[in-house]
Ligand binder design. Structure first.
Ligand SMILES: Cc1ncc(COP(=O)(O)O)c(C=O)c1O
Length: 385
């Protein structure tokens, strides 16, 4: 047999359904509510400061853990907003987005064959990253319509090979915000079984109807075992900049930083300056404004979906909504997504992209991180269904 072949895991990493819907949407000139690209305006101050940094010559590699100004600004923000006390010199790592943070943390802390619990519906990158690194994702379903945590299911999924849990709150795609009681259950189980928890909090500022974001790392006994991941892609609408971070115990940071350096070297230098300036300058009202703005967008999209007969599971956070697609022709979710695109010009993502095999076929995910004009057009187009 020829040695010129794909690796054994390559066929398991299927091209993200989200990207393929975006390609299809561009082909037919549709309105893209598929990808979470959040094409709303970035704060102009952040953009100006990044451009100034380029002109001032901040165009070379930074330290592998990021520029001091950004680590310090993140440290202050973590204390203020998350009640996490992190030393900017030893407990914070600036990364190439939350994606780079998760990848490097998995490489540094997990071994091939380790089982990692992932709540379903899940964010596909979490699963695919684990699979690509030869770890074994184990899916723990959360029950619709509220996607409540069932402690018995979580316990059942644990085996002697379980090393970690992945938590995403607020969650993509369900918009679930884990309650303190649920976080306490996860913390108890993590402590009892001596597990790491990778906590992806990238949507921490997108909260609706008074929902409260709690960082798992602040629960007793969790600081050392929690890797808290977040970033600026969503908050500052700069998904293409690739600036994120993680905070963890100083026991883990050097190794995670080393693996991040191997893959990315650093997050783009001038863009780190832009993000730092934004963190320092933007006041609480900017962050509160995000929740207000996105709650309106959520309500607008949910109303349009309801009117179109696609009953939404109204999210408490993030900027996606899962909707019941039973009335759209097709037997699989990808077929339904394509049929909806053909009928209305609105691109969504097949729900099956967020569930284990055989589930999610009657769901579609719509993103409302969109400019008002595009959201208006999409909502109007859905009415033609
Ligand atoms: C849950 C979740 N984590 C991480 C990311 C990616 O974040 P970043 O752009 O910081 O890599 C996304 C983007 O859609 C996401 O939904």
């Amino acid at each position: 047999m020829s040695k010129l072949s794909l690796s054994t895991i390559s066929p398991l990493i299927i091209q993200s359904e989200i990207r393929s819907m975006s390609v299809e949407c561009d082909r037919v000139g549709g309105i893209n509510l598929a990808q979470g690209i959040c094409d709303t305006e970035a704060p102009s101050f952040v953009v100006e400061q990044a451009m100034a940094a380029i002109r001032e010559g901040h165009n070379i590699y930074t330290r592998l853990d990021g520029i001091a100004a950004l680590r310090q600004a993140i440290g202050a923000k973590l204390l203020r907003h998350n009640a996490i006390a992190a030393d900017p010199d030893t407990e914070i790592l600036v990364t190439a987005g939350a994606t780079g943070a998760f990848y490097a943390a998995c490489l540094a802390l997990l071994n091939p064959g380790d089982e990692v619990l992932v709540f379903e519906p899940f964010y596909g990158y979490h699963l695919s990253t684990l699979t690509s690194l030869r770890m074994v994702p184990v899916v723990v379903p959360l029950a619709a319509p509220d996607f409540e945590l069932d402690p018995a299911l979580l316990r059942q999924a644990i085996t002697p090979r379980t090393r970690a849990i992945v938590l995403n709150t607020p969650s993509n795609p369900s918009g679930k915000v884990f309650s303190l009681a649920e976080l306490q259950i996860i913390a108890n189980i993590a402590i009892e079984h001596d597990l790491f928890v990778f906590c992806d909090e990238i949507y921490e500022y997108f909260l609706f109807d008074g929902a409260r974001h709690i960082s798992l790392a602040t629960l007793p006994g969790m600081a050392e075992r929690t890797i808290t991941i977040s970033g600026f892609s969503k908050t500052f609408s700069i998904t293409g900049w690739r600036v994120g971070y993680l905070t963890a115990s100083s026991r883990w940071i050097p190794s995670i930083g080393y693996f991040h350096d191997l893959t990315y070297i650093c997050s783009p230098a001038p863009l780190q300056h832009g993000a730092a300036a934004g963190l320092l300058k933007l006041s609480q009202s900017f962050y509160e404004g995000l929740s207000t703005e996105y709650q309106q967008k959520r309500d607008q999209l949910c109303a349009a979906l309801r009117a179109a007969g696609l009953t939404p599971f109204v999210p408490a956070g993030a900027y996606y909504v899962l909707a019941d697609s039973s009335r759209i022709p097709g037997t699989t979710a990808p077929q339904k997504a394509r049929n909806l695109l053909a009928a209305t010009g609105v691109a969504s993502v097949a729900g099956s992209a967020f569930f284990a095999e055989g589930r999610g076929d009657n769901l579609l995910r719509f993103c409302f991180g969109k400019r008002p004009h595009d959201l208006d057009r999409a909502c109007a187009a859905l009415q033609t269904l």
